[in-house]
Design a protein around this ligand. Structure first.
Ligand SMILES: Nc1ncnc2c1ncn2[C@@H]1O[C@H](COP(=O)(O)OP(=O)(O)O)[C@@H](O)[C@H]1O
Ligand SMILES: [Mg+2]
Length: 285
């Protein structure tokens, strides 16, 4: 895979939303840095020497064929899947060297939207949003209710969604509720695993706009696994592609879309890919 190093087009975002451009550091800060990661189940290797950086303030799109390990990578970074070897730094700290207290402190700084939303079906939207609050914070019930209501409004749900169960929600509302739960602890970094899958194109476009708006107003860093080319073109600053257990290319989407790698060619220029063209939905100001 050495030859693929030429596709490492790491163009980091130039400025963090939290730091004025004039005093922004020259080198981007990696909030997540993965090096030489090896992950496997039984005799099946899923990651085989994977490197990845997620820079502060960027929206990083993560693509790869079905079953290549996008969700496994996300879960490994989160500490939910054991790695065999390699190094994962979260907010500059080596995950291997962390004690339980430090790990919990790190976990409070990120939010996760798992594939399929993964809301607890027996809990209302409000109760779902309060799950991370109960786990990591000590707050009174009235305060948690107020915070949950705030998150519900932030993701564009009506206040009365709070007391609904997931089975009473449309697909789009479930995604929004799952996003609200991911934002429960006011994270710096959010992991979104295929957030627009299963939505119709209009619902997906609305959800992209929501992610872009929240990312800007809250200064979030976003790691987004997606197959949605519209999302990649409209809201991602950079894209990384996974194949054969490695990140085979990363950089601006326009560059990946022109890259001379068989999987990238098939993905970006194949029959189901739309032709190279400017974003359908311009990024929000
Ligand atoms: N807990 C597990 N035990 C064994 N195999 C797993 C486990 N989780 C995922 N896998 C396998 O790892 C591979 C990558 O899965 P996944 O990360 O879910 O793919 P995707 O890129 O579609 O998100 C698949 O072959 C899947 O079957
Ligand atoms: Mg997946």
């Amino acid at each position: 895979m050495e030859d693929l190093a030429i596709l490492d087009l790491a163009a980091a975002p130039t400025a963090s939303p939290k730091v004025p451009a004039a005093i922004a550091p020259a080198a981007p800060e990696a909030v997540i840095r993965v090096r030489d990661l090896v992950v496997g189940f039984g005799d099946k290797l899923i990651m085989n020497g994977l490197d990845l950086d997620i820079y502060r303030g960027e929206v990083l799109g993560f693509v790869g064929g079905s079953g290549t390990g996008k969700s496994v990578l996300t879960r490994t970074i989160l500490g939910l899947v054991q790695k065999r070897s390699g190094r994962i730094e979260t907010f500059g700290e080596d995950a291997n060297a962390m004690g339980d207290l430090q790990r919990r402190a790190i976990e409070r700084r990120w939010g996760v939207m798992f594939q399929q939303g993964a809301l607890f079906s027996g809990l209302t939207v409000k109760q779902n949003i309060q799950v991370p609050m109960r786990e990591y914070l000590r707050l009174s019930q009235p305060l948690m209710d107020e915070l949950a209501q705030l998150k519900i409004q932030m993701v564009g749900l009506k206040p009365d969604a709070a007391d609904k169960f997931p089975s009473e929600l449309s697909g789009g509302m479930i995604k929004r509720a799952a996003l609200a739960r991911a934002l429960a602890l006011d994270p710096e970094l959010v992991f979104l695993d295929e957030p627009t899958s299963g939505l119709d194109p209009i619902g997906a476009a609305d959800f992209d706009d929501l992610i872009a708006t929240l990312q800007k107003t809250l200064g979030l860093t976003v790691f987004m696994v997606t197959h949605d080319l519209d999302s990649l073109y409209s809201i991602c600053d950079r894209v990384a592609a996974l194949a054969e257990g490695k990140v085979i290319a990363q950089g601006p989407i326009e560059t990946l879309a022109k890259a001379d790698h068989p999987w990238l060619k098939a993905y970006f220029q194949g029959k189901r890919a739309r032709r190279m063209q400017p974003p359908q939905r311009p990024r929000l100001p």
